[in-house]
Design a protein around this ligand. Sequence first.
Ligand code: IMO
Ligand code: MG
Length: 430
Amino acid sequence: MDILLGLQWGDEGKGKIVDFLAPNYNMIARFQGGPNAGHTLNFGGARHVLRQIPSGVFRADVKNLIGNGSVIDLVTLKKEIEELQQKGVPVVNNLFISKKAALILPTHRLLDAAQEQRKGDKKIGSTLRGISPTYQDKVGRTGLRIGNLLQADFTNRYQVLKQKHIEELQFLQFTYDLEPLEKEFFEAADFIKKLQLVDSEYFINDEIDSGGLVLAEGAQGTLLDIDFGSYPFVTSSNTSVAGACTGLGVAPNQVSEVMGIFKAYCTRVGSGPFPSELQDETGLKMAKIGNEFGSVTGRPRRCGWLDLPALRYAVMINGVTQMFMMKADVLNSFEELKVCTHYELANGEKTDQMPFDIASEPVKPIYKTFKGWNQELKDIKSFDDLPQELLDYIDFIEQQMQTPITLVSYGADRQETLLRENLFNLNVLH
Ligand code: IMO
Ligand code: MG
């Protein structure tokens, strides 16, 4: 099994690359997260956004699995499937859902809003999709799972959990109208029940044992990891490499390549520390050229320079074997680029590591400046034809990370992707 995951705060372009690589694999598997993800794919002149369905869905004969580590919103999933069907994508035959994946109830979504409201100006800026309350119930051992939909006592169990939520909503003095939400929830439940709900740990290991190639598709990014991210401004799952093992039931010794994907700069959506953030014209320019608006919530994304202490941390945590650089084209018109190489701590000390709590003990970025390449990348056909300034930029990052950059993406379209083939040691190649 290979793993592809984000090395920053999400939105690195995971969907585009999973779709690009999918023809080389037999199965694409999501292992954590849920409808907080928005994976955008562009091909054939159209844009597609996937929330919960793995990004292999547009490739014929590729199985797509939503693993046990995921949380699932039935209503959103039903809509997602129906939209794909309208586009003529044969999604249902190739989609498999773990019976052990956690179920997002309508009251989880309400609780997400209520808990955020309660935090006031300390709110996480969550996607309000019920992610945190659902994982709270999972870890609290009170949650429901997809497989429960098939059991006779589902409605009873639902009522018990709902009652617990209503008590919390009352405590938080949150007003809501649950009825319409419940109506669409149960309609969606009837629809999802008829899909291929599987014992996914057997399903995926059988695939691997019979020689099938599996690609695990991360959601969010390493800096949003519940353990290693900028806590508490994180999501509620392990977005890093170990999450793929627990979120799928695949043992670590089955993992081959770990592909870490990062933007040539940084973005973040929602609250939380962002040392290299640019709250100026340059940041706005990045946001505009990069079309940096959340694909789930439409919120503008905060932008800033590439952050190497954070990237190095993500490469270490994940054991990244190769890195993919995304959105290089967004920097085409910048005269000068900066890269954060170190942080300055409050006591004046300089470090290239991630300190314990940058949320309450902010750090100052220390930059190295690079000359921009100042040209379009559209007509470039091979890695070696990239402008020298971009090659220098890539070279510096590789040196700093001690990890090769084997793919550069220079546009949103599937085709605007360059592979450095001699370094690309996946067992399968285009
Ligand atoms: P993809 O898969 C970027 C952010 C939210 C918020 C924090 C917690 O498209 O990269 P949550 O709803 O998960 O409880 O919100 O995490 N967040 C993302 N940011 N990309 C994502 O997914 C994200 N999923 C969650 O904005 O700050
Ligand atoms: Mg996204």
